[in-house]
Design a protein around this ligand. Structure first.
Ligand SMILES: [Mg+2]
Length: 277
């Protein structure tokens, strides 16, 4: 089974400040469908915002959606979504001390940080906007208050579109990385999965032993984190798209295609009708 997993915003979706290739999304839809890859979206978006992106940008439905930064897993079949109950049970079993009401109470009073809207919270996700300029002392305060007591993990990222720092407090067993590991296990794929990302919250799946791809527009923070991770462990495989593949520029979905091709997930024997640039 060939599995292609990808982040959405500014990885698959062209919603950053870099130029997007005109036919890259139709090419992605056609190629991955004809090639029969199992397509997984791993995103901070919830289900509503994922469906909005699918409508807005015309990307195809995935087979599996690891949404809400991996805290939910849904399967898409015959036009309908179904929640993966096995994943919910797995997270409860692996992170027994997770307690989001208690975390919410503890973190309510920290200056420079405010809770995200209700639609961005769920049973396994407690999320905040953080004053990015002051992130170091703020994150230190968060760590001091909750560090390790709730089987939690802190995932910080920066939204270059609006300058917001984003902090997700998640069970340590329910992240982008662990949701992908769960999918890999269920589909018996081992580590033979390509994962594509662009920013800080993609560092864990990128360095977890999968076949990693950074799109050309990957942010500086991520490139630096990847460089450091590779210095510690040179078995880590990460391809940084540069453009040039089939005349595509390497940004967003063009970088996903370039990376997937690099690892042999897509091949030339498939007859494609989408015109190339
Ligand atoms: Mg992204």
């Amino acid at each position: 089974m060939k599995i292609l997993a990808t982040d959405l915003d500014r990885t698959l979706l062209p919603n950053g400040s870099w130029p997007a290739d005109e036919n890259a999304i139709p090419l992605f839809n056609e190629w991955t469908t004809k090639q029969g890859v199992l397509l997984v979206y791993i995103t901070g978006r919830n289900l509503n915002l994922t469906e909005k992106a699918i409508r807005e940008y015309g990307v195809r439905f995935p087979d599996i959606l690891c949404g809400d930064v991996g805290t939910t897993i849904r399967h898409y079949k015959n036009g309908a979504w179904s929640m993966d109950q096995g994943w919910i049970d797995h997270v409860h079993a692996m992170s027994p001390r997770w307690d989001n009401p208690a975390i919410r109470n503890l973190l309510a009073q920290i200056d420079g940080m405010r809770e995200q809207e209700a639609e961005h919270q769920n049973e396994f996700k407690q999320s905040y906007y953080v004053d990015h300029q002051n992130r170091d002392p703020i994150l230190a305060e968060v760590e001091g208050l909750i560090d390790g007591k709730f089987d939690e993990v802190l995932v910080y990222s920066f939204d270059s579109n609006n300058g917001n720092g984003l902090l997700d407090v998640l069970p340590d067993s329910a992240t982008k990385q662990t949701s992908l590991e769960y999918v890999a296990k269920v589909y018996k794929a081992g580590k033979d999965i390509v994962f594509c990302g662009d920013s800080g919250n993609d560092i864990f799946p990128l360095t977890a032993g999968f076949l990693g791809v950074m799109v050309r527009n990957a942010d500086e923070q991520l490139v630096q984190q990847v460089t450091e991770a590779k210095q510690k462990n040179d078995a880590i495989q990460i391809y940084h798209a540069q453009g040039g593949f089939k005349g595509l520029n390497g940004y967003y979905v063009s970088g996903v295609l370039e990376g997937a091709y690099h690892y042999g997930l897509l091949d030339e024997t498939v007859e494609l009708t989408t015109p190339l640039p």
